[in-house]
Design a protein around this ligand. Sequence first.
Ligand code: GH3
Ligand code: MG
Ligand code: MG
Ligand code: MG
Length: 317
Amino acid sequence: YVVKGAIDSLDTVIQGLARIRRNRGIGALVVDDSRSARLHLVELLRRWGFGCEQAANGEQALERMRKPDSEIRLVICDQNMPGMDGITLIRNLRRQFPAHRLGIIGVSSYGSGLLSARLLKAGANDFITRPFLEEELSVRVNQNVDLLDLLRQAEDFARRDPLTGLGNRRYFAELAATLVETSERTKQPLAALVVDLDHFKQINDDFGHAAGDAALRSVAGMLGESVRRADLLARAGGEEFYILSLGLDLEGAKKFAERIRTSLEQLEVRYAGQRIAISASIGVASFSPPPSVEVLVEAADLAMYAAKKSGRNNVKL
Ligand code: GH3
Ligand code: MG
Ligand code: MG
Ligand code: MG
């Protein structure tokens, strides 16, 4: 019995260690007006590997979550607090943070009946009733972190192109809308580049589809290095890439496109000992601000077709 027990718990210990390692990058926030209850939770979460912070009331919690670099992904929140109660705080947090960004566990006291249902309705993923066993809290926390990981993966799968690792069309559409709003608000021009590789079908025909894939990955890598951090880069489909850049007028965007065109021309793509020559036709547009994402991209797309017509491997406005 002793030996069996030891083996069982060894498994558990290994699992526990793996969890602690995973939890290290995860910020947790404990919200509780009772100092002793708060410190108990903080102590447990730190022991489980989380980077744990604390707030003594709802206002403090919201303040902490407003920090732009907030890496808090899990909130454990007492229901019964003076001022803003847990349910109000949870409702507020859930409006700002979708389920894949933030897990919320509500803590209620034993005998409060419908409260747990109300916590869930307000947007908590889960609840725990005091007094609780450490083991139960640990299981609930772990399940919530597992769920966060899964949701994040699903989000990522839906928005990332698996071949190049760039964002896809869906990702582009979401962020492009934000950039158009920023362009309106800050009165900066917003430029679009549509980059379409030339005669790519021929590359597949000459070197094979795997070589074409490798070329697309190199191009994506090169584009990734060419854009600024704030620029939006996506694989719009096939051998076509979109770039949005805030603050570039037509003249600036044309220079940017010309630089990309030259880099692509000089890109060393090698496959099975052969050099694959790459070039692209790039269409450029800039509006201050654009009436819509569609109008902006359409204008750059038309310019790209003009670049194709006039012989490829060039930039058109
Ligand atoms: P153009 O200069 O007019 O743009 O000619 P093109 O051959 O590049 O244009 P077209 O649109 O006719 O063909 C695009 C080709 O890109 C066809 C398709 O096989 C290839 N392609 C699209 N996606 C992929 C991919 O993921 N991998 C590979 N290897 N090829 C791809
Ligand atoms: Mg309380
Ligand atoms: Mg093409
Ligand atoms: Mg194309």
